[in-house]
Every structure is written in C-alpha cells, then in structure tokens.
Design a protein around this ligand. Structure first.
Ligand SMILES: Nc1ncnc2c1ncn2[C@@H]1O[C@H](COP(=O)(O)OP(=O)(O)OP(=O)(O)O)[C@@H](O)[C@H]1O
Ligand SMILES: [Mg+2]
Length: 389
C-alpha cells in the first residue's frame, strides 16, 4: 500500500476554498488549523479551475469568495457550480457592504460576512453540510459484502454479476476483489498480471483521479479494484487498509460490491464489518448449511444485528434432496433472495470472463440477479422479472 497519513473519519468535512486573496486564504487556514473535523483539500485561486477541482476532489462543502476576481468572478462561479449539478453545498464569503442572500435554489447554501470568527465558520460549514444531507435522501450508499463460510458456492459469480446489474440500474458501482490471495476476479476476467491492483491504491490521497489509475475498467462497465497479482502480497494488506479503502470508495461510488474468500480472518472481518449488508450465499448442501448456522452464531457474538445479513440461496432450484423448509428452519428465517441454477450459461459466461447478466439478460438466472439487485437497493423489482419460479 502507498499509505501514510491516517484517513479522515467519515464524519470529517472535506472543504474546498476558492479564494484569490492570499491574506484571506491564510486567515481561513489559520482558523481551520485547530479543527480536526475539517479537512482542507485545496485553496483554488483561479475561478476557472474551480469546477474541475470540485469534480476531482469531491469536497463536502465549497467556500467561494463573492469578490473573486479574474475570468470567472465569484457570483458567476456560484452560478456555474449550481448549473453543473455538482451536488455540493456552497458557502459564499462576502463583506457587509455587499450583502448576499442565502438562496439554495440558486446555489447559495450559506453566507459568511467578513470578518468572521472560527466559531462562525465552523457553524456555517456544519449547517450547510447538514441541510444538504437532509435534502439528498436519494444518495444512499451501499456496501455489499458477498460472503459464504463455504467455498465454491458462487460468491465470485454472484458478486460480479450483481455489480454489473447494479450498474445497469444506474448505480455508480465498484467491485472489490476481496479474495486477496487468489484474486478470483483476476482469474475470472483473465486480467494481465501487471494490471494495477489494491496494492497501488494511495490511501492518503482521496482524489478521484488516483482511483482512476488503480481501477480495472471491465468491458462490462464495472470498475474493479483487483487483488494483488501474487499470493504472498496479500499479507501486505491489513484491516486498516481495508477500512481506508472502503471509506474512500464510499465517497465516490453509490454501490460497492465485495467478493471475498470463505475464511474468517482479519481481512474478511474488515470487509464484513465495513458492509452495510452482508449477502451470505447458501446452497442446498449439508456442509454449507452447517457452516452457515455456525456463522450465524459467530455474527451474533460479534454483535451484528440479524438484519445486517441477507441470505441468498444460489442454485435455488437444485435442492439436491434437501427440503427447502429444512433450510429455512436451519437459517431461522426464509432467505431473502434466490437465484436459480443455469449450468450452461453460468459456466460458459464464467469461462469467457463475461457477466451472464449481459450475455443473456433474458435468462432466468440473469433476471434473478437483476431482481436481487433491486431488492438490495430497496427499489421495486422490474415488472418483467417475476414468474419463473
Ligand atoms: N447459479 C449458478 N448456476 C450454475 N452454476 C453456478 C451458479 N453459481 C455458481 N456456479 C458455478 O459454481 C462454481 C463456483 O462458483 P464461484 O467461483 O463463483 O464460487 P465461489 O464461492 O466464489 O468459490 P471460491 O470459494 O473458490 O471463491 C463455478 O463453476 C460457477 O460457474
Ligand atoms: Mg470466489
């Protein structure tokens, strides 16, 4: 890992300032110096560079001096940020002689008149951030860790196809190859050995441009954070790195899908802890069911609420002599999701390294994955997906 600085906690506010008067910039820096809750990403002095920097650095709040001179002046910049749909609250700095009205409808989410104190600055920033979050309930972020306490049940297959399905449902999706030792997705997609991987991710910088350099862009449209290219390199990733990576990706993507290996180790626990929802794969197989019950005990003792885990029955139409009711009894509930078996399509697609949800979207197994994606996002399933059970 190229990591050094500690990653800011997720309640830290990432601030970008657009200010061309060095003394004012210096004054604000001074006020922020003692504030651990604010991370100053950059001070941009040229208004024409501001939009690009906002896109790249993804601040939580932007401060714009309304007296900004140059090609793009303060008020014009505020208008441009608003029109660009950057979805970031803006605080306008002004002087008492030139009052500016707060007007979120026109991109002015807060106003600060100079001179202001550190307290004024902090409360304004907290206020616009809070108001903005309250006004954007649609920006829910989802981290799904696909896990099973038994190997070979379809974790990699489901994670890959689910990620593609999320992308098709309009989610900005990243897939993490969390099977760090063997890199199942590397194998599935036949990625070249020199492709960038999790090893190359700088965890101390948060620019989206850094991400662009380390993610594998699969032809299916999903961005993939690959596992290290060699088995022994997996040891160089620690649970703290995993936490950092997840909070980094949460900022940039609306949906994060993580493929894991089947063991319980520190890395997998970090992927499980970091999940909003664990998608635990079960199949009709007595060892899998046995391990799943043990796993449920472990999750309970770790303190995960039952709602954190969603069971997905893979190859749900192949009960192999096991009564579905026995499975439900063993799990203590009816599994939330099911995906049918399709030996021909799934194996062929995996061998070709393509997602079956794109290779044959009409197939029952593809429709199942699409439905699971909707269910996990809490949206209504598409009308066409029912009826094959
Ligand atoms: N719904 C399905 N229908 C048919 N075959 C499937 C289905 N799901 C998975 N498979 C097949 O099962 C095998 C194992 O799948 P996969 O590699 O995704 O499992 P895994 O849980 O990731 O395994 P590992 O524990 O090795 O990481 C593959 O050959 C795959 O093609
Ligand atoms: Mg796998």
């Amino acid at each position: 890992m190229v990591s050094s600085e500690p990653m800011p906690s997720s309640d830290q506010t990432r601030l970008l300032i657009v200010e061309d008067v060095p003394q004012v910039a210096q004054y604000i820096r001074g006020l922020l110096n003692t504030q651990a809750s604010i991370k100053l990403l950059d001070v941009v002095s040229d208004g024409s560079r501001a939009i690009g920097q906002i896109r790249e650095l993804r601040p939580d709040v932007v401060l714009v001096d309304s007296l900004l001179q140059g090609r793009v002046k303060g008020p014009k910049l505020v208008e441009q940020i608003h029109e660009a749909g950057l979805d970031v609250p803006v605080i306008v700095l002004t002087v008492p002689q030139q009052p500016v009205d707060e007007d979120p409808g026109r991109g002015v989410h807060g106003v600060l008149a100079m001179p202001f104190s550190g307290f004024d600055l902090m409360t304004r920033i907290a206020y616009v951030k809070r108001e903005h979050a309250a006004a954007s309930p649609g920006l829910a972020q989802h981290v799904f860790t696909v896990f099973a306490p038994k190997g070979g049940v379809g974790k990699t297959t489901v994670a890959f196809n689910l990620a593609v399905a999320f992308g098709q449902q309009g989610q900005r999706t990243v897939l993490i190859d969390g099977s760090l030792q063997f890199g199942d997705l590397r194998a599935l997609l036949r990625v070249p050995v020199d492709a960038p991987s999790i090893m190359d991710l700088p965890t101390d910088r948060i620019a989206e441009s850094d991400l662009a350099d380390v993610l594998w862009r699969d032809p299916s449209g999903v961005d993939i954070l690959l596992a290290p290219p060699r088995i022994e390199m997996a040891e160089m990733i620690n649970p703290r790195d995993v936490d950092k990576i997840l909070s980094l990706l949460r900022r940039v993507y609306t949906t994060v899908v993580i493929d894991t290996s089947s063991s319980i180790n520190d890395i997998n626990l970090a992927f499980l802890d970091g999940a909003d929802t664990i998608v635990e794969i079960v199949t009709y197989d007595s060892t899998t069911i046995h391990n799943t019950i043990s796993m449920a005990d472990t999750f309970r003792s770790i303190g995960y609420p039952a709602s954190k885990v969603h069971y997905l029955v893979n190859r749900a139409d192949s009960p192999g002599g096991i009564d579905p009711d026995d499975l439900h009894r063993a799990l203590g509930r009816i599994p939330e999701h099911r995906v049918v078996s399709d030996g021909h399509l799934v194996v062929r697609s995996n061998n070709e390294g393509v997602p079956f949800v794109l290779a044959d979207p009409a197939a029952a197994v593809s429709q199942d994955i699409a439905r699971v994606a909707s269910e996990l996002l809490g949206t209504r399933p598409a009308a066409a997906v029912a009826g094959h059970r």
